[in-house]
Design a protein around this ligand. Structure first.
Ligand code: NAP
Ligand code: GDD
Length: 323
């Protein structure tokens, strides 16, 4: 019998890569998808897997829908990736962010506790929880200090996962993932905003790139590598929490330089600093230590920032040339 997996956030960047990974391993993949008025399956089409998924309708804010998805999918593994994931929007939608990214996790854990206690659970925690960093290199023991409504909501999601593991013995793990990007990244996130703009400028379709704080530093990896870490966490005998990161941090400015240089352009000729993109409170720098993931899971990042940005520029070039 093949294993069954349930993914929330299937239509997002990580959901699409994870679904492909699990399908390639022979899983039956169920995706809980919230009702939207527009088509949200473009990533699944890009990976050629749109027809291979069992779709279940449901929103993480709706506890009954999550329960129904668990009862129908009878999952061996439940990956909770669904979220309002854009930090910038979390100041405009703080309550939605709290309900989906915070309470939504409890809906998943409760559904398992009541209807399927053997199901293994993965929670998509985040380096945003470190926020105003309390140590130069962040690992599983670094205290948290979130700086956005998103970070605060995710911190609740993280601790409720730990709590259900400790209270009810659920196999519930939390992956504290640092920023990860790909050609399937949403256009609002800074890497994809930059690669898309660089290509449009190269093709004469755009004149400038407007950004906020380009001195911010992030530890950027490739989403394709990071979904393997999620899967590995659920293959362990014991549930636990793991930092997943590259151990290298780069400024937004340098990431821009890399993207534009791939197209023989100088980013300084096109960059406009726009206060509209500054955040009410900023996470200035993130840098992760994934030593535990390497030791216990045997996981290591495979993709450098340079090859990641090259991959994203090439994909945007293909897409935009066809428009
Ligand atoms: P993403 O591309 O923004 O995808 C988010 C997914 O969540 C989408 O499928 C979205 O559905 C779904 N969703 C949003 N609201 C929902 C709701 N109310 N009910 C059910 N589903 C809902 O995010 P991602 O980059 O793949 O990230 C996946 C997860 O990892 C998120 O939880 C994120 O917070 C977390 N994370 C991401 C990173 C990163 O750098 N990428 C790092 C650490 C943690 P629609 O397509 O219908 O909008
Ligand atoms: N999006 C965006 N747009 N960010 C900008 C811009 C801009 O125009 N200009 C500067 N930045 C800076 C942001 O202020 C931030 O410091 C950095 O670029 C990265 O922003 P994002 O790409 O939006 O990602 P994020 O770090 O806020 O959040 C992502 O990573 C988290 C993990 O640390 C998201 O994927 C979260 O869901 C994830 O949890």
């Amino acid at each position: 019998m093949s294993k069954s997996a349930l993914i929330t956030g299937l239509t997002g960047q990580d959901g699409a890569y994870l679904a492909k990974l699990l399908l390639d391993k022979g899983y039956r993949v169920h995706g809980m998808v919230a009702r939207r008025s527009t088509d949200t399956r473009w990533r699944l089409r890009e990976l050629g897997i749109e027809g291979d998924i069992v779709y279940l309708e449901g929103d993480l804010a709706d506890a009954c829908a999550v329960q129904r998805a668990v009862i129908k999918a009878k999952p061996d593994e439940f990956y909770n990736l669904g979220a309002q994931s854009f930090v910038g929007s979390s100041w405009d939608q703080p309550v939605t962010t709290a309900v989906v990214d915070g309470l939504g996790v409890t809906h998943g854990l409760e559904a398992i506790r009541q209807f399927s206690p053997e199901t293994r659970f993965y929670q998509a925690s985040t380096s945003e929880m470190f926020g105003l960093i309390q140590a130069e290199l962040q690992d599983e023991n670094t205290p948290f200090y979130p700086r956005s409504p998103y970070g605060v909501a995710k911190l609740y999601g993280h601790w409720i996962t730990v709590n259900y593991r400790e209270s009810f013995g659920l196999h519930a793990s939390s992956g504290i993932l640092f920023n990860h990007e790909s050609p399937l990244r949403g256009i609002e996130f800074v890497t994809r905003k930059v690669t898309d703009a660089a290509v449009r400028i190269k093709l004469g379709k755009q004149k400038e790139l407007r950004l906020g704080n380009i001195d911010a530093k992030r530890d950027w990896g490739f989403a394709g590598d990071y979904v393997e870490a999620m899967w590995l966490m659920l293959q362990q005998d014991k549930a636990d929490d793991y930092v997943v990161a590259t151990g290298i941090t780069t400024t937004v400015r340098d990431m821009c330089r890399i993207a534009f240089e791939h197209l023989d352009l100088n980013y300084e000729d096109y960059l406009v600093i726009d206060p509209a993109f500054f955040r009410p409170a900023e996470v200035e720098v993130l840098l992760g230590n994934a030593g535990k993931a390497e030791r216990v899971l045997g996981w290591k990042p495979k993709t450098s920032l340079d090859s990641l940005i090259q991959m994203m520029v090439d994909a945007d070039l293909r897409r935009i040339s066809k428009e």
